[in-house]
Design a protein around this ligand. Sequence first.
Ligand SMILES: O=P(O)(O)OC[C@H]1O[C@H](OP(=O)(O)OP(=O)(O)O)[C@H](O)[C@@H]1O
Ligand SMILES: Nc1nc2[nH]cnc2c(=O)[nH]1
Length: 214
Amino acid sequence: MVDNKLYISYNQIHQLIDYAVKHYKLGDNFDPDLLIAIGGGGFIPARILRSFLKAKHGRNIPIQAIGLSLYEELLPGQGIEGIPEAPGTQVTKTQWLNFGGSDSLVSLLGRKILIVDEVDDSRKTLVYAVAELKKDILEQEKRAGMAPGESNTEIGIFVVYNKDKPKAEALDDETMKHYYPAGTTPDRWLFFPWDCTTDINVHTELSKRSFSSL
Ligand SMILES: O=P(O)(O)OC[C@H]1O[C@H](OP(=O)(O)OP(=O)(O)O)[C@H](O)[C@@H]1O
Ligand SMILES: Nc1nc2[nH]cnc2c(=O)[nH]1
C-alpha cells in the first residue's frame, strides 16, 4: 500500500546523485576537496558522491563525518518502519570535526568544502552545520594571523532531496550560491532504504509506485 510516505530506493539515490553531478557540473563549477557528511543519513550519499567525483578527476576526496541530530523517535520503535519522527526544537551536536582544536590534523583554510546530507527538510540542520563550520574557519584564520574571510574557504551543500516547503531557517546568500539539491520532493515523510528493516525488495517496489503517484 502506498501511503503518505515517499519510499526511496538505493537505485533512485544513486541515479539522482549521478544526475546532479552532471547537472551542476560538480567537480568543475564547484570542485570540492573535502566532503563533510552529516550522519547518519549523509554517509551513504557522500560515499556515492565521492565515486562520481572521482570519475571526473581520478582522485578520492576525503570524507569527514559530523553527527547532528534534530529528529527523535516519537515512541520506542517508531521510525523503524518509516513512521515520521518528530522534529526536536534544536539541533544537537553528537560528533564534530577534529579540525578546530589544538590537536587539529587538517586545515580548513582555503578549502572547498561540500556538506552532504540526504534531506533538507526544515533546513535547521544545514543552517546549524554551516554556522558551526564557519566558527571553526574563523578560529583557524585567527590562529593563522589572517583577517576573517582571508582564507577564501568556500562552503557548498549537496542534498539528495530538498523538500519543497517553507523553511524554518535560512542559509546565507553566499552558501546558497553553492546549494545543490539533487531532487525535490513534496512535503512528505521520506522513507529511506537504510531505514527499512523488513523486505528491501518490497521497499524498492513501493518506491517505484510512490514516485509514479506524484
Ligand atoms: O532539515 P531538517 O529539518 O533539519 O532535517 C534534516 C535532518 O534530519 C535528519 O537527521 P536526524 O536529526 O533525523 O538524524 P539522523 O540522520 O541521525 O537520523 C536528516 O538526516 C537531516 O540531517
Ligand atoms: N528519514 C527521514 N528523515 C528526515 N529528517 C527530516 N525529514 C526527514 C524525512 O522525511 N525522512
